[in-house]
Design a protein around this ligand. Structure first.
Ligand SMILES: [Fe+2]
Length: 298
């Protein structure tokens, strides 16, 4: 076999693998496109004040300079970092990298003024405008969707305990293999995503499956950093939620599962003890859990 034949065969193998396995570049492209198209998260409240830009830019550059001085960074290390930064941009991985490694600090600042349900990071896998459902609801799933059935129920109230009628739960999650629709091939658009309206007492009941832990993509520059540093790329299993209602502050959060792997070592540092579910088996293989959300009035 010639080198060209080898190259052709390898290319065919790569394409075959890409048809079934998510890649960092697929995920990165989807996350970048989603971020740019979701105006709610791509510019509202942006920094426009020169004094604020000056303060933040000086502080950020100062912190970088201090790392270089403290760790006596060499030219080869600087050039390696420069190439890596270029690769992250070329690979469309900035949403992934920033949401995994930086967003939790921004969320910590936001949560200082939050008195309702604890929030946590949005992450890179949110897609807006999913199917509208009314409670009791079943999230869209493949006919042969694998995974432990999960019945997720609860009530949305305000901070006084008053039910919030017709609150909206925008929910999205990974499947049993840890993959998200819209970011992995061979999963139908909108799978395990839905926008569920509660009843007139804020009560909701959502049938879905229990998601699996997942790795952030490891075959791109973010994965290269994780590997080079000897870290692990895993996130614990979770449900993502945006809980909103007219006249109330939206809560962006995630709910985790008691006893699950990586709860104490989430690569995105986004777990909180208040956000851990402990479902019980109801006997037929279905697990059931109740979690109530509290929204602050605007
Ligand atoms: Fe996630």
């Amino acid at each position: 076999m010639t080198t060209t034949d080898n190259a052709v065969e390898q290319s065919a193998l790569d394409q075959s693998a890409a048809a079934t396995s998510p890649t960092a570049s697929d995920s990165g492209a989807s996350a970048s496109a989603s971020f740019r198209s979701t105006s709610q998260y791509s510019g509202a409240g942006a920094v426009t004040n020169a004094a604020r830009v000056d303060a933040l830019a000086r502080a950020l550059l100062g912190a970088v300079h201090q790392v270089i001085l403290d760790h006596e960074v060499t030219y080869p290390e600087f050039q390696t970092a420069k190439k890596w930064l270029m690769d992250v941009g070329d690979g469309g991985e900035w949403p992934l990298f920033l949401d995994v490694f930086v967003e939790h600090a921004v969320e910590e600042v936001a949560s200082r003024t939050q008195t309702g349900t604890k929030g946590t990071i949005l992450g890179p896998y949110y897609l807006p405008e999913q199917v509208q459902l009314t409670s009791p609801a079943t999230l869209p799933a493949r006919p042969d969707e694998q995974g432990t059935p999960l019945l997720f129920r609860g009530q949305v109230t305000d901070t006084d305990g008053t039910p919030v009628p017709h609150a909206v739960l925008d929910i999205w999650q990974a499947d049993e293999k840890g993959y998200y629709s819209g970011f992995a091939p061979d999963i139908p658009s909108g799978n395990l995503r839905g926008v569920v309206t509660t009843d007139d007492r804020g009560v909701f009941e959502i049938s879905t499956i229990q998601p699996a832990p997942y790795q952030v993509p490891t075959d791109g520059p973010t994965g290269a950093l994780i590997s080079a540093a000897g870290w692990h790329p895993w996130r614990p299993a979770h449900l993502h939620l945006l809980v909103s209602a007219e006249g109330h502050r939206t809560v962006t959060t995630q709910l985790y599962f008691a006893g699950g792997e990586y709860l104490d070592s989430d690569v995105a540092e986004a777990t909180k003890p208040e956000l851990i579910l402990d479902p019980t088996d109801v006997g037929d293989g279905t697990r059931q859990v109740t979690y109530d959300f509290v929204l602050e009035r605007n």
